[in-house]
Design a protein around this ligand. Structure first.
Ligand code: ADP
Length: 183
């Protein structure tokens, strides 16, 4: 598969299944309950197995009894996944763009990257957070993701390698077309 790299080769944009990525952490586009759901969340919990869910329950109990707020991130082990860790973050539900959706999406990327850096992780793979059931326009989400990752990589040496994983080639095309203005 052709790989496309950006930001001094520290960002790689590929098509694939995030549950198959052998990286230090994959990011889960979770919901506030942290107890699993559909889409990428369901796929990660299915493949990761019961220990991931158990750790999420512990985090709910001790840190976030009311749920993980949108824009925040927490880390668990990867269970049976090839990835060593899962960073769970919650993206915004798209309403009309006037409810801070852009900032909350940026915050979800930022929190995940900062947590990876603080945990000493060298590589991280993101799905296209909020662009499924949460309805965030893909073009806009691409621009937020690219800019936020770029800002992080300028400031910090970890994670050294960031992957954006698109579930299908069409979504990857949309991403590539949407960030052309930043290149
Ligand atoms: P959200 O609720 O944040 O919108 P979804 O899981 O509905 O989360 O969708 C987020 C993105 O993840 C979508 O673009 C969807 O196509 C993609 N996706 C779903 N399953 C996978 C997977 N196994 N690997 C990578 N991306 C996935």
């Amino acid at each position: 598969m052709d790989e496309l790299t950006f930001l001094n080769d520290r960002l790689v944009v590929i098509t694939g299944d995030i549950t198959e990525q052998k990286v230090d952490a994959i990011v889960n586009a979770a919901n506030s309950t942290l107890l699993g759901g559909g889409g990428v969340d369901g796929a990660i919990h299915r493949r990761g197995g019961p220990t991931v869910l158990q750790e999420c329950r512990e985090i709910r109990r001790h840190q976030y009894p009311d749920g993980l707020p949108p824009g925040r991130a927490v880390v668990t082990g990867g269970g049976k996944l090839p990835a060593k860790h899962v960073i769970h973050t919650v993206g915004p539900i798209w309403r009309d763009g006037k409810h801070g959706e852009m900032e909350t999406l940026a915050e979800a990327y930022r929190s995940s990257l900062n947590l990876a850096a603080e945990t000493g992780l060298g590589s991280i793979a993101f799905p296209a957070i909020s662009t499924g059931v949460y309805g965030f326009p893909k073009e806009l989400a691409a621009q937020v993701a690219y800019r936020t990752i770029g800002e992080h990589l300028k400031r910090r040496s970890l994670p050294r390698q960031v992957y954006l994983i698109f579930f299908d080639e069409g979504d990857r095309r949309v991403f590539l077309n949407s960030i052309k203005q930043f290149l």
